[in-house]
Design a protein around this ligand. Sequence first.
Ligand code: SF4
Length: 713
Amino acid sequence: MTVTSTTATSVKTTCPYCGVGCGVNLSLPSASMDALPPVSGDLDHPANFGRLCVKGSSLAQTIQSDDRLLTPRVNGQPVVWASAIETVSAKISQVIKEHGPNAFAFYLSGQILTEDYYVANKLAKGFIGTANVDTNSRLCMASAVVGYKRAFGSDTVPCNYEDLERCDLLIMVGSNAAWTHPILYQRIAAAKKQRPAMKIVVIDPRETATCDIADLHLAIKPGSDAAIFSFLLQYSSQADILDGDFIAHHTNGFADALAQAHESTPTLSATAAFCGVSEQDLASLARWWCDTPNTVTFYSQGVNQSSSGVDKCNAIINCHLATGRIGKEGAGPFSITGQPNAMGGREVGGLANQLAAHMDFATPGAQELVQRFWQAPNMATENGLKAVDLFQAMEEGKVKVVWIMSTNPMVSLPDTAQVRRALEKCELVIVSDCKAHTDTTVMADVLFPATGWSEKDGTVTNSERRISRQRGLLPAPGDAKHDWWAICEVAKRLGYQSAFSYRNVHEIFAEHAALSAFENNGKRDFDIGHFSQITKAEYDALTPVQWPVPKGRPEGTKRMFEEGRFFTPDGRARFVPITPALPKNATSQEWPFMLNTGRVRDQWHTMTRTGDAASLAKHTAQPYVEIHPKDAKRLGIKDKTLVRLTSPYGEVLLKAKLSRAVAPTNVFAPIHWTQQFANASVVSNLIPQVVDPLSGQPESKHTPVQLEAVTDI
Ligand code: SF4
């Protein structure tokens, strides 16, 4: 595919992969037809200051795919946009009329831009009248969101990336940042090199690449994270390092949380035994915790993807509140998002249990306020279906039209056999994607060709609340269109002309900003009202800024809660009593191994983009399962031979990688490979639809399985 030039010759944009949100310079290719558009790190971007990891550096290789979806398709046949829009809107209208608004659903993605999310959320919640707007971000950080809300009354990340460099103790829990957030890891490693006294502790059942810079690795029993923090809370009390003043004036519920911590984790030895770590290592962590007021706890999917993920988050937050380690430089509980715009989706209400602009359905007066602002004729009035529930409702015939955007649930959701049954049952499956062939596009009745990273315009928000522009440089190929445009066209065809008559993303962003500040009485954390009057030229020139950006504070907000005031009705943070729990499904004689899942260094999600970059396949060419050599010997499994993994939900074939990085009876497999890349190696086939009861986030990291050497193929 030939790339032709537009008027600009280079743009400052943002990497579309992980939640670090690095700034990227993208330029037009040279005159040579074979040349790729040059990509480099943006020296001015505060997330990366010019650095790019290997995935970001290889972006150019992913731009000119031979598998681009270039025209709309209905039942496999190419059609013009008008016809595809007509087909979709007619079916949505019919289904709403016959079955009500909840028969429609969006399933979105942390890959789409905030402006795309905003119009999808507005159409569903304000005009169709359903809150069935969920997203693959449910698989990424939903537990962290609920943890923050329980503690702070809002989904607010307190910290920033500089805090990671300025802390004296960094506790990294459930994160292999060296591979999943490489630029943050590089910043942390550089800070440690400069200040060797800075301590780093990694809490993870597996010895990952991140352990290379750790002073201490606690290889905990899978899922036992909350007990570590429950113990730290009670130990802080014993060691007399509590911040009594902060607890008294800025929090509620401390006594109950402390009593529960004493009951759940009464002693160091009991906690060490529960977590499967040595008493000596746990004592080292406790001592460093007590000696180091400047502590950041950095957590990610290893904490969130659990049937008790929310409790784990609150166990962490409890420790920071009890010691006043929040709202200060180099201190705080810091959840890192997986995707480039998981946070932007949260800002507009792009989760089924949110309304808009960080307001929930249960927020007093919020529904009326949003309805007034949108002039909405059909406001949804209650939470919609979270990802796993949504696909279950689809299989039950309750959701009859689903619009999937920029994600591949046939590979990424747990129990993919159930996802297949759901999509087969659904009367109309619409998929918007850049790619013609993914495991999900083949299930679609209607395909909408979407613009890709180098063509799209809008904003994203990274893990430190920083809003950055993504800027398109290359023209859209074929009939590819922006996601926001396709949503607005369907909305207009449904009869909502004026509410969806945006001419560009600038108009959507300004409206989103105005809603965030609309009748704000100072009790809302997400306020970017400064941008409600933003001009197109200002939007085009927007430089990265951390929200909140209320009127009168254009510089944004570097750190939250510096005044010790939170977004609960009384302004106090809340302790949550935590009883540490192990994974919902335990290993057994029949299913004796605990399967942990994660990422490899050079691939992203289901490889729909990184799979196009030949150089990225060099690091890890094939799917594999890490097995401890002792287990392998017992089962007669040799390195690099085929292994069959079975769970009650399915089976997969993977290549054995013998490694002491996993403990005996634990195994690890990366999640990227799809049916298209490696037949029979979709790891999600094995994972049950067990979710955290509060966040709905699937327990993707703790699945009991069986292993056997493959001798029959
Ligand atoms: Fe992209 Fe993340 Fe790498 Fe930065 S660290 S270049 S955002 S993949």
